[in-house]
Design a protein around this ligand. Structure first.
Ligand code: NAD
Length: 262
């Protein structure tokens, strides 16, 4: 699974979305993160087909939305997503949020899709350790990915350790803290030292912690900027300073208390 992918939440303007996705693929991104909620699965499929890279080389993620959860409902939602994407299989399918009373059945359906080889990787999103423990009790195959809000203001150390113990890869959503963390003085100082931008430093911090990222941008120069993170290294001291920026601050909802209306 590639470390870097393009997040495509709120890319709803058709031509702009396709252009951004094609630009990302041509820049070297090999993963795209969408969701039924984002209403752009058709555009994702179209961008892959119109790019000069074959489908097999691109890691495509989508998610089952909250109102479609439950075992049979998830199987149906998957079919709809696959049709919209125009793909034969999906690389990663995620439970978008752990809907109480339903998320275990939702994951069991994802597990079935994995067993039927319709998805390459089964996963979840926005799951705390206690949600994952409920899945472990019922599942034959543990989720292989947990996609959660994670950035220097919300470093999720405990959840990362729990996922590492259970061999679950962690993907950061809002890895740039929606752009807000880029204004932080410590991060700006480290960017200056490294001769890189604040966004590149933040994405590199994730990478050195073994966290996958899916930054979002429709701006071609930023799509390129966000991909140029593999040609430098943060020192242990700079990593420690970045770790200290944490303030357990969420920009999104808490998985223990979320509403369906986004
Ligand atoms: P992000 O942290 O990726 O921030 C994106 C914003 O940062 C952009 O809109 C832009 O304003 C700014 N930005 C991007 N690159 C920049 C740069 N180089 N310099 C300065 N500013 C820059 O936040 P996000 O869009 O919330 O999250 C990324 C992706 O994560 C989404 O597109 C989506 O795919 C996924 N996501 C998943 C969930 C979930 O529940 N699983 C929730 C939210 C987002």
């Amino acid at each position: 699974m590639p470390y870097l992918g393009l997040g495509v939440y709120k890319m709803t303007e058709r031509e702009e979305a396709i252009q951004a996705m094609v630009k990302a693929i041509e820049t070297g991104y090999r993963a795209i993160d969408t969701a039924a909620l984002y209403h752009n699965e058709e555009e994702v499929g179209e961008a892959i087909r119109s790019s000069n890279v074959s489908r097999e080389e691109i890691f495509v993620t989508t998610k089952v939305w909250n109102s479609d959860q439950g075992y049979d409902e998830t199987l149906r939602a998957f079919e709809t997503s696959l049709k919209k994407l125009g793909l034969e299989y999906l690389d990663l399918y995620l439970t978008h949020w752990p809907v109480e009373e339903k998320f275990v059945d939702t994951y069991r359906a994802i597990e079935r899709l994995y067993e039927e080889k319709l998805i390459r990787v089964p996963g979840v999103s926005n799951h705390h350790a206690h949600h994952l423990e409920k899945l472990f009790a019922k599942a034959n195959v543990k989720p292989m990915v947990n996609q959660v809000e994670l950035h220097p203001y919300l470093s999720q150390e405990e959840l990362r350790a729990f996922c590492a113990e259970n061999e679950i890869a962690v993907t950061a959503w809002s890895p740039l803290g929606r752009g807000v963390v880029l204004e932080n003085e410590s991060i700006k100082a480290i960017a200056k030292e490294a001769g890189k931008t604040a966004a590149q430093v933040v994405l590199r911090w994730h990478y050195q912690h073994d966290i996958l990222t899916i930054p979002k941008s429709v701006t071609p120069s930023r799509i390129e900027e966000n991909s140029q993170i593999f040609d430098f290294e943060l020192s242990a001291e700079q990593m420690t300073r970045l770790d200290q920026v944490n303030k357990n601050q969420r920009f999104g909802q808490n998985p223990d208390n979320f509403s369906f209306d986004f």
